[in-house]
Write a new protein. Sequence first.
Length: 118
Amino acid sequence: MTKSRFMEKQPSVKVVEKDKVYVYICLNEKEVTEDHINSEESAEPVTMYEYDYKEIIEDIGVLDVDDVKANPDKYLNYEKAVVKTDKERIAELEAMNAELSTTVDSILTDVLPTLMSV
C-alpha cells in the first residue's frame, strides 16, 4: 500500500477486466492543499485528494472481485502469490512423501500390532 494523490475524488474500488483484472483501491480519503506553481511562476494553492492506494493486477479468476468490492480494506496489503519453481515444488512434495512414509511405517509397526492383539 502506498499513499497517492489525485486531482479529483476517487471511488473506493475500480475494477477493469481486460486480458487480466486490474483493481485500483483508494481508501481513507484526506483532502490536502498543495502550493502549485503555474506557468507565471506564482504559487497557487491546489486541492488534492490523498488516499491509501493499492493497485492489483491478476489473471482473471484469481481474485474474488465481489469480495474486493465489499471489503477493499482487506486487500490494501494484498501480495500476488509467488509461483514456485518446479524444483521447489518437487522438494516440497518429496518432504511430504518422506513424512507420510514415516507415518505409515509407524502405523504398520507400532499401532496396527497393538490393535490386532486386542
